[in-house]
Ligand binder design. Structure first.
Ligand SMILES: Cc1ncc(COP(=O)(O)O)c(C=O)c1O
Length: 451
């Protein structure tokens, strides 16, 4: 059954308010005007506003009309600073969503509600998920080159929980974890929580003969010098540097791990963005690779659905680790996620995201031309080097005052050296506004006088 048409109007307004396209205080059409514009009954227009009000997005004032609410909160991760501007362009965290995903959710929930055994969703799934749900994910992973049996797949609450579960299983406090010198901040948090010793591996020098990626000679030296328990790697669409390792780099990385008996923790969270990547590390060394990913960037971060494909001997201890932590993915979320994998929704959204990310990178390439940019055409992120007089924290403050949120390099640096740089996440602002946001960002940065 299709959701009622007025829901699409609610979604449209909600998206425009959340993105800031309709800033706080904006007066919205009267109920009568809305009914006329949208060719709906007056009662339906009233219902649209009632839902927006219930979501905390608008307020109706007797006799004055309906207004976009001035919100004190914020939809993404709470910003550390108060924002003096009502309209925020959030380049600090990627939360890609496509138009119509609200309707996808309504469809799926109706289908679930109509299915025979709703009560099953109230029962506890086994930690790591039912076999039939793991089988759906195993089939999905096959398209990514991860060929694994359903028994070796665990379903989790997001990729972050999968990483947590893998590290709990593999490591003891004091173990050495090799990581990129600039990498995904979540791994730093986990390493701190598990008492791991992070060993940063620098990126291969720019303009060297080697393509972008970790300096594998440095990794080899590290593994010779210290007992490295595991190597955390993002070979396909790296966060934050965007790289996609070629086949030779992948073979070398897995060979180094093999020679030094290290486990590889492969993070495939953004891998779906690259249309035809070389085989994952998992395919090259399935006996020592834990492949971790989720549906946050390809479907929705609020879904909190992730998974790990593990070497067989790690499945049992990882299941215990998952059980100790938070059991894995809740049945309701698993039902939504596996339903969307099976009915082609995930594949459709992934196609949309690939096109969207490439278009946004094009915009960034144009608007930031001549600046110190490191990025990959498939990725949703840009690493922006700053001049020595442009301190990242000052620049971030300056930009926040302009209503632009960014992340500074310190969140990504795993070693003592923090470069003067920002990471820009391109997915959130409406695409037609991105050029303007980047132009304002550039202007603000370039206005900082040299010392
Ligand atoms: C590289 C990488 N891995 C893992 C995650 C965590 O993903 P999830 O939201 O599925 O926990 C993120 C989220 O930003 C990420 O960028």
């Amino acid at each position: 059954m299709r959701p009622p048409a007025y829901k699409a109007v609610v979604d449209e307004y909600a998206a425009a308010i959340r993105s800031g396209a309709l800033p706080p205080g904006t007066r919205l059409p009267t109920h009568r005007e809305l009914a006329r514009e949208r060719r709906v009954a007056l009662a339906t227009a009233t219902r649209v506003y009632a839902e927006l009000a219930a979501a905390g997005l608008v307020v109706g004032e007797q006799g004055r009309g309906t207004f976009v609410r001035v919100r004190t909160g914020y939809d993404g991760i709470e910003p550390s600073r108060a924002l003096p501007v009502p309209r925020v362009a959030d380049l600090s965290f990627n939360q890609p969503l496509a138009p119509g995903q609200g309707d996808d959710l309504r469809h799926a929930m109706r289908a679930l509600a109509a299915s025979g055994d709703a009560e099953a969703l109230l029962r506890q799934d086994p930690p790591g998920g039912h076999r039939h749900d793991r089988a759906v994910v195993a089939t999905y992973l096959l398209d990514r080159g991860v060929d694994t049996a359903p028994e070796n797949v665990l379903l989790t609450s997001g990729a972050q929980q999968a990483l947590d579960c893998v590290l709990r299983t593999l490591t003891r406090p004091g173990d050495v974890l090799a990581v990129d010198a600039l990498g995904y901040p979540g791994i730093k948090l986990l390493a701190a929580a598990h008492g791991l010793d992070l060993a940063p591996v620098p990126a291969s020098p720019p303009n060297s003969a080697t393509p972008a990626g970790p300096d594998l000679d440095a990794l080899d030296r590290l593994c010779r010098a210290r007992r490295v328990r595991a190597v955390y790697a993002i070979p396909t669409v790296h966060n934050p540097l965007g790289w996609v390792l070629d086949r030779r780099q992948r073979e070398r990385l897995t060979a180094i791990a093999g020679a030094h008996d290290c486990v590889i923790v492969e993070d495939g969270t953004y891998a779906f963005l690259e249309p035809a990547p070389p085989p994952p590390l998992y395919a090259l060394a399935p006996e020592r690779t834990c492949y971790v990913a989720g549906l946050s960037k390809n479907v929705a971060p609020g879904l909190r659905f992730g998974f790990a494909a593990l070497p067989k001997h790690l499945v049992r201890p990882a299941t215990s680790a998952l059980r100790a932590a938070a059991w894995g993915s809740p049945g309701l979320v698993t039902a939504l996620a596996t339903g969307w994998i099976t009915d082609g929704t995930v594949a459709r959204l992934e196609r949309h995201r690939r096109e969207d990310a490439a278009a946004r990178q094009d915009i960034a390439r144009t608007e930031l031309a001549g600046m110190d940019v490191t990025a990959h055409p498939s990725s949703y992120v840009v690493w922006l080097g700053l001049e020595p007089h442009q301190r990242p924290d000052h620049v971030a403050d300056l930009l926040a005052r302009e209503g632009i949120l960014v992340s500074t390099a310190d969140a990504f640096a795993t070693g003592p050296h923090t470069p003067h740089a920002l990471r820009l996440a391109l997915a959130n602002p409406p695409r037609h506004e991105l050029a303007d946001v980047l132009r304002r960002l550039r202007k603000a940065i370039e206005s900082i006088p040299p010392m």
